[in-house]
Write a protein that binds this ligand. Structure first.
Ligand SMILES: [Zn+2]
Length: 481
């Protein structure tokens, strides 16, 4: 029997605000436990929340970027449940009227373009964080995260494979980054993904029981967890044991590479949602929408098209460069400093990405200003240093922040393009390698390659390769006469 996989995603993204959703506590990551708290985000009775206007602006912006309809009036609701990370015993969220309705994201997976519909985007506060110290048998609570503004983006169950789910998350992340809505640092939890997955017979319209997978916080985990769950459910259907697929929340165990049950999934009724009486309606007028629309940044899809037309780069390369906003901005700055577009792309895709990966740095942390890299590229193009020496200078620039000219001077890397000096080096190499000379004379052309290697070695990589090759060629021909 052939099955179809049905996947829907729920993505939480921390909004890029300086303060929390209902109080003025800072949102920065990495503070000491419970440092960023106050009576409001600690849920002390008698305090009142006041809504952060910047957060509302960001939700509207996200909605416009993701092609949603904006509700002119929306409300905050209380979602009631008890858990130690939720000091008020309710979460302030939006249930009845979210800020954004509908919307879509266009994706491409395995060469197929598809439009994935969104159901809604709503705004809510984050909960605190429990830290379980298993060795000591205690759990600690850090409320720094409590009250941090989030958006939850809910898709329709339109995704049909784990690959599509990953392509969707990549596209969405990039759009949120371009819109400066969230920094989307998955490793810090500012972008988190839950997935609902079920299978049905091909051609069947109704949806079968779905399973929710929680906290898939990297593209790799999302893909692996969905693939595992897809396989698990398929097996149960094939064995006619589909009654074992129950509506539940499962956790991905990265070490064991399997999903395990966490709890049976609650229904909306369990939360007793009701409008929060402490907060008034959120009114979004046309002026605000127009203002946000006017200042929307260029989106990745448009930028990709522009890069293709303007710089003539390959699609594969554009996908990588435009995939990171900071990287694409660095690239354009580099080109505007005079680097030839294809040469500039080669540096970004090669040396820069390699060192960023090695050092675990983000694209926005490239330690070399684009104008300095531009200068290095120019020095290489002018033949003042060899490409090999250029790589060495680049690593040193990356490591020390010094400029190219100083490093070249300090390391004595400038290329030898002086004919007399090169002739001196070549003469000495030839007199030290008489065997190669006679090999060449005997018709073994590869002896020339060996000699060229010796010349580069003797000059510590500084010989201008073209000129050295030319001189060597002359000498060898002379030797044959
Ligand atoms: Zn606070």
């Amino acid at each position: 029997m052939s099955f179809e996989t049905v996947i829907g995603l729920e993505i939480h993204a921390e909004l890029d605000t300086k303060s929390k959703l209902f109080c003025s506590c800072p949102t920065e990551f990495g503070a000491n436990p419970n440092e960023n708290t106050c009576p409001i985000c600690l849920g002390i009775p008698g305090t009142l929340p006041a809504l952060n206007a910047k957060a509302v602006t960001l939700v509207v912006k996200a909605g416009l970027i993701l092609n949603c309809e904006i509700n002119k009036e929306s409300h905050m609701d209380r979602k009631n449940y008890f858990y130690p990370d939720l000091p008020k015993a309710y979460q302030i969220t939006q249930y009845y009227t979210p800020v954004c309705k509908g919307g879509y994201v266009d994706i491409e997976a395995a060469g197929v373009s598809r439009r994935i519909r969104l159901n809604r985007i709503h705004m809510e506060e984050d909960a605190g964080k429990l830290i379980h110290l298993e060795a000591d048998g205690v759990s600690l609570i850090d409320y720094n995260r409590a009250g941090i503004p989030l958006i939850e983006i809910v898709t329709e169950p339109d995704l049909r494979s784990p690959e599509e789910a990953v392509a969707f998350l990549i596209a969405l992340k990039s759009m949120l980054e371009y819109g400066e809505i969230s920094d989307c640092r998955m490793e810090q939890g500012s972008l988190r993904c839950d997935a609902n997955i079920s299978l049905r017979k091909k051609g069947q319209n109704a949806l079968n029981t779905r399973v929710e997978l929680k906290n898939l916080n990297s593209f790799k985990e999302l893909k692996k967890a969905l693939e595992y769950e897809e396989k698990r459910q398929k097996k149960l259907y094939t064995l006619k044991e589909e009654d074992k697929i129950v509506q539940e929340t499962r956790r991905w165990e990265a070490v064991k590479e399997e999903t395990i049950p966490m709890r049976s999934k609650e229904d909306a009724d369990d939360y007793r949602y009701f409008p929060d009486p402490d907060l008034g309606p959120i009114i979004i007028n046309d002026t605000l929408i127009r203002e946000i629309k006017k200042n929307l940044p260029e989106m990745p899809v448009i930028r990709k098209k522009r890069f293709r037309e303007l710089y003539g780069l390959k699609n594969k390369d554009i996908d990588i460069i435009v995939g990171y906003k900071a990287l694409s901005e660095y690239y354009e700055a580099l080109v505007s400093c005079g680097a030839e577009p294809k040469v500039g792309a080669k540096w970004i895709l090669g040396s820069i990405l390699k060192l960023l990966n090695e050092k675990g740095l983000k694209a926005e942390q490239i330690p070399i200003p684009p104008e300095e890299l531009g200068k290095l590229i120019e020095i290489i193009e002018e033949g003042k240093i060899s490409i090999t020496a250029g790589q060495e200078v680049f690593s040193e620039m990356f490591r020390t922040g010094k400029d190219a000219e100083n490093i070249i001077k300090e390391k004595g890397l400038s290329q030898i393009s002086n004919r007399l000096e090169l002739e001196r080096i070549i003469n000495s190499v030839l007199s030290n390698n008489p065997q190669s000379l006679s090999d060449y004379a005997a018709g073994k052309k590869q002896a020339a390659v060996f000699l060229m290697g010796q010349i580069m070695k003797a000059s510590k990589g500084r010989a201008n390769p073209q000129l050295a090759n030319e001189i060597l060629d002359e000498r060898l021909k002379k030797g044959l006469l």
